[in-house]
Write a protein that binds this ligand. Structure first.
Ligand code: ATP
Ligand code: MG
Length: 560
């Protein structure tokens, strides 16, 4: 794994752009983000968005949003809307919004141009024949027997394709490049195929649809994109990108530059796989907080700032690599530490009775909301004779260096008092049901005048003033670092990726928590009120992340 120190945002793409500005090749920089509306955006797209929009902002250029909607069967308006929403949420605004389908007529004209200059032909090889003619990486392909058709015949057949006179698969339009090219993409690639399906924007206007390689570069050219940034798998397509741009009468000559895709541990990123998780109900939807989708991360309580910080830290590379999920969580923690309100909630409660505190008495104590905020005025919390602490904050027979509550040892209750446990109450089976303590009334606020120090501090919630809510604990969706490597990724799903803190007790004020608010539950993690399932007076809390990287710790322990 690489070193992800924060540094300047210079990178090899910005170097190219700087050069192009210096040499006068371009005066204005234009980029685009070109999602296919066949799924929701994920953290990999966020990387591409930060890159494309970030460049436009820094160079005072433009960035378009372009829906690459040339594959009608898989696309949907639901995705189109979600994509726009996610980009805006990340904090970016496109200059123009386009659809590749807006260019269908223009692209069709370009195809006719290619036919007229004898650079494209209608091919009627069957799929099996096509395979055979294509050759392999090691052996050259063979020219299609239809390759030398006259221009007139090609124009006529292409027209017939367009008019629906062929069945699907019966004919394609291909570029005439080089069947012996070592680059398979250059072996007379298909430009148009017949698909008799309804398109979400153009309806039934077309039954031929342009291929990605033809559409993408020419859409870039039409929009005067200067730098077309895409992920590494398109490197071998670059010669074809340039060939199309050079062989039609388009004025602008965009340049394709590739960068490494983002891969994250413990998750899958391809939309095809995400769709399977959604369709087979392994998650509650595209916005399930366990998914690496932008909408899932939003619902989990990640912030745009944290996601952008993450994208900056991973930087741009020319070689694919795997980034540890814990880096993303680190960025989220950094950000939430600044903005989240601190509150107390006990996930797994153990009752504590302060035997020398008067029965029926309560008192208001001052608690801070956020030590990172100089303007913080704090809030009042209720202390009483009976409280709850975290079960793991008590041990009857503790090992050395256990500083939390145990018989005879004085500890601090956060914002409240020093207390000492002097009795442990058990049920018939020997389970601890309650512990009895005494408190020192002179330590109000959690400090002692005589300078007496305690090592352990526990969070707590009053047994008389509190409230219960649904609290969801999220963990990695997959057990393996690279789920695909474990065989079928669906078999690698972590059965405990969502659990509930069923007995969780929260401080009373949280009852009124607004949906979409960040909290730090002291010592247990960052939580976010679910923006969809929370109701007035009944917030639902999603754990955004733990306070520290427990996963890394568990792994370290396993290795020992
Ligand atoms: P998927 O494999 O998830 O289906 P895709 O590449 O087919 O992704 P598109 O909608 O075509 O998805 O992608 C839009 C843009 O986002 C493209 O420029 C693509 O290169 C970029 N992109 C997609 N996934 C990643 C990723 N993991 N890292 C960086 N960029 C990505
Ligand atoms: Mg794609």
């Amino acid at each position: 794994m690489e070193n992800h120190e924060k540094e300047t945002n210079s990178n090899f793409i910005r170097d190219i752009i700087d050069d192009d500005l210096r040499t006068g090749k371009h005066k204005e920089i234009a980029t685009r983000f070109p999602p296919e509306p066949n799924g929701y955006l994920h953290i990999g797209h966020a990387k591409s968005i930060c890159l494309n929009f970030g460049i436009a902002i820094d160079y005072k250029g433009t960035c378009n949003l372009r829906f690459d909607d040339t594959n009608p069967a898989l696309e949907d308006v639901e995705y189109v809307d979600a994509i726009q929403n996610d980009i805006k949420w990340l904090g970016f605004q496109w200059d123009n919004m386009h659809y590749a389908s807006d260019y269908f007529q223009q692209l069709y004209q370009y195809a006719i141009e290619l036919i007229k200059s004898n650079k494209a032909f209608v091919c009627q090889l069957t799929p099996d024949e096509n395979k055979e003619y294509r050759g392999t990486i090691k052996s050259p392909g063979k020219n299609s027997p239809y390759r030398d058709r006259s221009i007139e015949e090609n124009l006529e057949l292409f027209e017939k394709m367009k008019n629906g006179e062929f069945e699907e698969g019966a004919a394609v339009l291909r570029a005439k490049i080089d069947m012996a090219s070592p680059n398979l993409n250059m072996r007379d690639p298909v430009i148009y195929r017949i698909k008799k399906v309804h398109h979400h924007r153009t309806g039934d206007d077309w039954c031929i649809y342009p291929m990605y390689d033809f559409t993408h570069c020419l859409s870039d050219a039409i929009e005067h994109i200067t730098h077309s940034l895409c992920s590494l798998e398109f490197e071998d397509h670059r010669p074809l990108y340039d060939w199309f741009v050079d062989n039609v009468s388009s004025v602008s000559k965009p340049r394709q530059i590739e960068f490494a895709r983002l891969n994250l541990t413990h998750t899958v990123m391809s939309k095809r796989k995400l769709l399977r998780l959604v369709e087979e109900n392994k998650v509650i939807g595209w916005d399930d907080p366990r998914l690496p989708t932008v909408s899932g991360m939003r619902r989990r309580g990640y912030t745009p700032e944290a996601i952008k910080d993450f994208c900056e830290r991973i930087g741009l590379a020319k070689a694919n690599s795997m980034v540890d999920f814990s880096l993303l969580q680190f960025c989220v923690r950094e950000e939430l530490n600044k903005k989240a309100m601190r509150v107390m909630a006990v996930l797994d409660p153990l009752k504590v009775v302060i035997t020398n505190y008067p029965e029926g008495q309560i008192e208001e104590l001052q608690a801070e909301n956020n030590p990172e905020d100089p303007e913080d005025k704090g809030r009042k919390i209720i202390f009483s004779r009976e409280l709850y602490i975290e079960r793991e904050d008590f041990m009857e027979n503790p090992p050395k260096k256990y500083f939390r509550m145990s018989p005879g040892k004085e500890v601090r209750l956060k914002h409240a008092y020093y207390v000492t446990c002097n009795d442990v109450i058990k049920d018939d089976d020997g389970n601890i049901v309650e512990v009895h303590c005494t408190y020192d009334p002179t330590t109000k606020g959690g400090w002692s005048d005589d300078g007496r120090k305690v090592k352990g501090t526990s969070h707590w919630v009053s047994a008389s003033h509190n409230f219960k809510a649904e609290v969801r604990l999220y963990d990695h969706l997959f057990n393996s670092e690279v789920p695909e490597e474990a065989g079928d990724f669906m078999e690698d799903i972590n059965p405990d990726s969502l659990t509930y803190a069923e007995n969780c007790i929260l401080e009373a004020g949280l009852k009124d928590a607004e949906p979409g608010t960040h909290f730090q539950f002291l010592r247990t993690g960052y939580f976010y009120t679910d923006p969809i399932d929370s109701k007035p007076g009944a917030p639902v809390f999603n754990r955004t992340c733990t306070m520290r990287d427990t996963w890394a710790r568990i792994k370290r322990n396993m290795k020992k």
